[in-house]
Write a protein that binds this ligand. Structure first.
Ligand code: GLN
Length: 274
């Protein structure tokens, strides 16, 4: 079945077909990697066979594996995901690392994760900074249900407060750090990437130049930041100049730094107010 799955996926140009077939088959059997290798001789029941074929069909329809299995790893931990949330990307781990780097050098008592989606960023921060109060905001009630599942799964329901609403509106107090992976895909690019057909457009569509929502957040940020507060924003390829320009315009006294991801793309804008 593994070989057949790999061949089917390869024939349909799915990348990493071997790994993908294994992940889907392990999901069908609820096996971890060790169980999987120890039971290579095990035959599939008719039901398991049908479930595996169903998973392959979904994958061939370009549905992301994370939605089929309901799992995605982020910052070394397992998160539940479904199609109400953006699938966490490895490059967003840079937001977490940057936030932790800042928190090591300055007092960070409160953090707001705006557009929390699956809650992967908020939960990762909560586990590393158990003394910090974290507000995780999303406009989508369905996304917040996913975030709640992940907060429970990782035991951080007392540290992370989930809030429904638009950007900074629901925050009950100014915070030391605002961080956000908001939608930043340019509207006209949305049809281009397969996974984007399955992911919620609210999480991706950043309007004409991709920066509409981020710009709106920055406009509101001044009144929701404590003195000396920081803003960390994830951005996409080719957006660093425009993003730096409006940040500088809105916060003329702030120190603004661009942090590149592993591919050398400016991924995080780090803004420190005086
Ligand atoms: N980095 C995501 C992608 O390229 C986009 C995420 C976002 O808009 N925040 O698929």
């Amino acid at each position: 079945m593994l070989r057949q799955g790999r061949e089917t996926l390869t024939a349909n140009s799915v990348e990493d077909a071997g790994l993908e077939a294994e992940v889907l088959l392990r999901h069908t059997l609820s096996f971890d990697r060790v169980q999987f290798y120890l039971q290579q001789d095990r035959e599939l029941s008719a039901e398991e066979n049908e479930n595996f074929r169903q998973s392959l069909r979904r994958r061939l329809n370009n549905e992301p594996t994370a939605y089929i299995t309901g799992h995605r790893e982020f910052y070394g931990r397992d998160f539940y995901v479904d199609n109400n949330v953006l699938i966490p990307r490895p490059e967003s781990e840079l937001l977490v690392e940057t936030a932790l780097g800042l928190a090591a050098n300055r007092p960070v008592h409160t953090i707001a994760d705006i557009g929390t989606g699956s809650g992967a960023i908020a939960v990762s921060l909560a586990l590393s900074l158990p003394q910090t109060r974290i507000y995780a905001v999303d406009i989508s009630p369905a996304a917040l249900k996913v975030a709640q599942i992940n907060c429970r799964k990782h035991g951080v329901t007392d540290v992370v407060q989930l809030l429904q609403g638009d950007l900074l509106d629901p925050l009950p107090e100014p915070v030391d750090m605002i961080l956000a992976n908001l939608p930043y895909v340019r509207e006209e690019e949305l049809p281009q990437v397969n996974t984007w057909h399955f992911e919620p457009s609210t999480a991706l569509n950043g309007g004409h130049d991709g920066l509409d929502t981020i710009r709106r957040l920055c406009t509101q940020a001044g009144s929701k930041l404590r003195p000396g507060g920081a803003v960390l924003l994830e951005i996409g390829l080719g957006q660093s100049e425009a993003a730096t320009a409006f940040c500088h315009h809105l916060f003329p006294a702030a120190e603004i730094k661009l942090i590149p991801d592993g591919n050398g793309i400016d991924r995080v804008v780090r803004l420190l107010t005086a």
